[in-house]
Write a protein that binds this ligand. Sequence first.
Ligand SMILES: Nc1nc2c(ncn2[C@@H]2O[C@H](COP(=O)(O)OP(=O)(O)O)[C@@H](O)[C@H]2O)c(=O)[nH]1
Ligand SMILES: [Mg+2]
Length: 426
Amino acid sequence: MNPFHDRREAELAVLSALPERAHDLTRLRILADKKRPPVVAVIGKYNHGKSRLLNELIGHAAFSVADKRETVALSAHEHGGVQWLDAPGLDADVETEDDAHALQATWLESDIRLFVHAAKEGELDASERSLLASLSSDDQRTRRQTLFVLSQVDQLAHDQHYRQVVQTIEAQLPALEMHTISATRHRHGIEHSKNLMRVRSGIPGLQESLERAAARVPHARSFETAFLVGNIRDELQQLKAARLALASSLRLGQARQRERFDQDLAATLQKVAGDIQAVLEVPGPDHSLAPDSFANQFKVTPGKLERNRLQVAYSKACIEINAILIKHGVTELPLTQRTAVRSLNSIMIAVLGVYVKYRKDLQQIFCEVAGRERMEKEFARYFEMSADRVELSASIAAAERDLCVAERALEALLGLEDPKMFEKTV
Ligand SMILES: Nc1nc2c(ncn2[C@@H]2O[C@H](COP(=O)(O)OP(=O)(O)O)[C@@H](O)[C@H]2O)c(=O)[nH]1
Ligand SMILES: [Mg+2]
C-alpha cells in the first residue's frame, strides 16, 4: 500500500530530504509522462539560425525568424510526432531572466538537443564550449542525445575558408558528430525544385539523424529514469545511514552519561550512609532530643552540642552529594521550580528540605533503603531536567526526525520509480 496520495506528495517527501534534487525530481516527473512525444530543443547563441532551422525541419514557419533578438521565452510546436522547442539565444552579454528560464526548461524537457552554431562566427567561444561539455557529459550520464549543427554554411563563400572552420570546430567538439547545414539552400532547393541542392543543404541528412535519435528516446527515457532514481536512492541511503549513525551515537552518549551519573551517585550515597551511620552509632542517650530551656539560652548544653554534631554531619553529606550533582551538570533548579527566595533555589533543599535533622531523620534519609532509593530517584529526576540533558534530548529528537525524513523519502522514491502507483488517484 502506497502511503502517498499522489506524485506531488511523494516528490515533496524526497525533496524535504534532498532539497538540491528539485531539478532531477521535475525531470523524473516529465519522464513519467508516457504520452509525451520525443522533445527536440535547439540550443545556441542568438542569431545563429536556430528558429529558421526548426522551421525547415518542420516544413513551415512555426517559429519566428529575425535578425534581432526575437524569441524571448521558450516556444513549442508539435509536428510529426515530435515536440519542437525553440529557445532564445544564449549570450553572456545580454543574459536575461528569460534566457535562464528557457535554458532551464530546455534542460528539463528535451530528449534531443540540437546545438546550433553559425559557420560565419568561426570557432566556438568559451561559453559554447562549456555548454557543449556539460551537454555531452549529461548525454553520457542520462543517455539523452545532443547533435551538433554548423548552420548557415552558405555564408562561407570559399571552400578553403569553409574547410578551415569545419576543422577548427571539429577539434573543439567533445566527441560529437557535426551536421553542416544551410537553411537558405534548403529553402531554395525546395522552392526551385532543385533536389540536389535540397539534399546538399544537409537538412535531409539531419532529419534522418533526428529520426534515428527519436527512435531511441523511449529506451533512453527508461534508462534515465532508472539512472536518476538509482542515483537519488544511493544518496538517500547514505543520508539515512549517516542520520542513523548520528541518532544512535547521541542515544548511546545519553545512556552512558546517565549510567555514569547513576554510578557516581550510588557510590556517594553509599559513602555518605557509612559516614552518617558512624555519627549515629555513639553510645549513651540521645541528648539532641532534650529541648532547650529559657534558662539555658546562652549556655552550651549536651543537647545543643549533639544537635550541632548532627547538623555538621548532615551538611557534610549534603556537600558531598552536591559535588556529584555539580560534576554532572546538575547546578540549578529548573526555571519552573525557582522561587523568589534565591537561597532556597537549590536542588539539595528541593530534595532534602530545610529542617533541622534528628538522628531518626538522618537514619531514614541516608541509611535506610527507602530513603536512599528516594534520593536516587529525585536526584536522577533533576539530572534529567538539567540544561545539558534537556539540550541533548532535543538533539536526539531532531536527529530522529531527520532520520524519519530520510526513511520516508526512500519510501516515496518507490512511487516515483513506478508511476503506476499513483495512476488511480491522478
Ligand atoms: N544565409 C543564411 N542566413 C540564415 C540561415 N539561417 C538563418 N539565417 C538568418 O539568420 C538570421 C537569424 O536567424 P534565426 O533563425 O532567427 O536565428 P536565432 O536567433 O538563432 O533563432 C535571420 O535573418 C535568418 O534569416 C542560413 O542557413 N543561411
Ligand atoms: Mg530564434
